[in-house]
Ligand binder design. Sequence first.
Ligand code: SIN
Length: 297
Amino acid sequence: MPFKKIEVRPIAGALGAELRGVDLSSPLDDETFDEVKRAFHENLVIFFRDQQITPQQHVEFAKRFGKLDVHPFAKGLDDLPEVLPVIKEAADHAGNFGGTWHSDVTFYEEPALGSILYALETPAYGGDTMFANMYMAYDALSDGLKDRLEGLTALHSASRAYGAESRTSRRIAKGSESMEIKFGEDAEALVEHPVVRTHPDTGRKGLFVNHVFTQRFKGWTQEESQPLLDYLYAHAVRPEFTCRFQWRDGSIAFWDNRCVQHYALNDYHGQRREMHRVTVCGDRPFLAREAHPAAAE
Ligand code: SIN
């Protein structure tokens, strides 16, 4: 069905489209909002250019999609804790936030629906974000491996990202002060998710394990799980399943965390990058054994 209120320009074959004709500084009328939502479901990650929004306007747009999350480990703005500043200072050589392929907060029982990232200050070059399509990753597997994975549950936790021995704790030990992140507390709790999940809105199946938060398969040891997980992590981000977004000040990306992984490149040493992230809460992942009604639409 053609779009009437907005223009949708795909940026890659796998996923990602730039939306034109949308000004997010004022509330969207219902018809425009419905088209933005359709473009989101069809393209998995959508981009807007040249936006000028306040943190409050950012929050208002995000709230149209659901309740908002307050990150449990990284500190948000004092007056609007749902807005998480994602910053790397020019002098910070210790690493970056989101610099490994992942889906957001899969250590929750109900991981995020998606995140909306707004660029306030971008480096002259570098600092792109990559996205990968988890429907494609699932579809490209053999029938034999699909069957095996559909019987599996994975255990996820925040330990590798925010535990006492984590990447974040090492970054802070190396002197990174770009963001206020706590670690060590409450990061070890395990939650269970299906390895293949059905998207609640599109009915499509996608691969749902990620390098940062997935620990192992339920009922399997770490040693038994790791080779298959390593295969899936590499397979999931094959270049033909990805797109890459080059930021400018005022750009926005909104990714569907239920069927997309993302990766913030750390290739802009000596330059400052400042973004604001607002994350929309999601629901409990499930795998529909029968064809999901949304899949037929
Ligand atoms: C994130 O993983 O939320 C950060 C992405 C980015 O900074 O590009």
